[in-house]
Design a protein around this ligand. Structure first.
Ligand SMILES: Nc1ncnc2c1ncn2[C@@H]1O[C@H](COP(=O)(O)OP(=O)(O)OP(=O)(O)O)[C@@H](O)[C@H]1O
Length: 251
């Protein structure tokens, strides 16, 4: 049985169906990327996996535990096993970097502060911010803030890390420093589900890519399959359009 199993997930905002019949399995240590045009449901899928948006049907199994979205216990299970990093870093502005990383493990998970602090310092070193632990978010660049957000997510020991367009708000020169950390995490075997428009990065870092269209996963495959031999016209069009855009930007 796979590490993460998503089964028949559906989601609607009012009468508008946003996700339908989503099935996806992710192995431990796999990096799966969701691609697809704006509004295809990528962010909503991550939000459902995080327990931030309730699905209208379906279930998930994460790290051996079933989540049917019926009880408070199910939401606790999701919060225990998943962590998300958003496009807008969402750091606590009134806390320094170290406290941003420590606050949830200590206040919500009730772990001993000393142990959490040692771990937070190690995580901040890992993301290259050992020298800025007492800085406040507004004293940091966007890339640095996003690296704090990644350290904060890792401090929750998630079974799966969800990354939602984590470089989209960054100036181009700051994108690399964040992508480098994700590369390292992938090498270390962190299980991740990534939404990104950085197609060259998706191609490089993913074990598998899932193409979404109008709330459904219409095709999954290795990056090689999806980018070089797409099975559906929709994927071929999407990949072609993005490639065309990049070429135009490069001219
Ligand atoms: N809170 C909400 N209320 C109503 N509709 C919503 C809400 N959030 C998203 N939607 C709609 O759900 C659909 C899927 O949105 P979602 O953000 O998941 O797509 P996406 O693939 O992540 O798009 P993007 O690449 O632009 O972020 C869209 O049609 C969107 O307008």
């Amino acid at each position: 049985m796979s590490y993460v199993v998503i089964n028949g997930l559906a989601c609607a905002y009012g009468t508008v169906k946003v996700l339908e019949g989503i099935d996806l399995s992710i192995e431990k240590g796999e990096v799966v990327s969701l691609i697809g045009s704006s509004g295809s449901g990528k962010s909503t899928l991550l939000r459902v996996l995080m327990g931030l948006t309730p699905p209208s049907a379906g279930a998930v199994r994460i790290g051996g535990v079933d989540v049917n979205y019926r009880s408070k216990e199910d939401l606790r299970t999701l919060r225990d096993r998943t962590a998300i990093v958003f496009q807008q870093y969402n750091l606590f502005q009134n806390m320094d970097v170290l406290r941003n990383v420590m606050v949830t493990p200590v206040k919500i998970k009730k772990r001993p502060a000393k142990e959490v602090e040692a771990e937070a310092r190690a995580l901040l070193e890992k993301v290259g911010l050992a020298g800025r632990i007492h800085a406040y978010p507004d004293e940091l660049s966007g890339g640095q803030q996003q690296r704090v957000a990644i350290a904060r997510a890792l401090a929750l020991h998630p079974a799966i890390l969800l990354l939602d367009e984590v470089t989209s708000a960054l100036d181009p020169e700051l994108v690399t420093e964040v992508l480098d950390i994700i590369r390292t995490l992938a090498r270390e075997g962190m299980t991740m589900l990534i939404v990104s428009h950085e197609m060259s990065f998706v191609r490089e870092v993913s074990s598998r890519v899932a193409m979404m269209d109008q709330g459904r996963i219409i095709e999954t495959g290795t990056p090689q399959q999806i980018f070089a031999q797409p099975r559906t016209d929709r994927t071929r069009d999407f990949v072609g359009k993005i490639l065309h855009q990049r070429l135009k930007e490069a001219v």
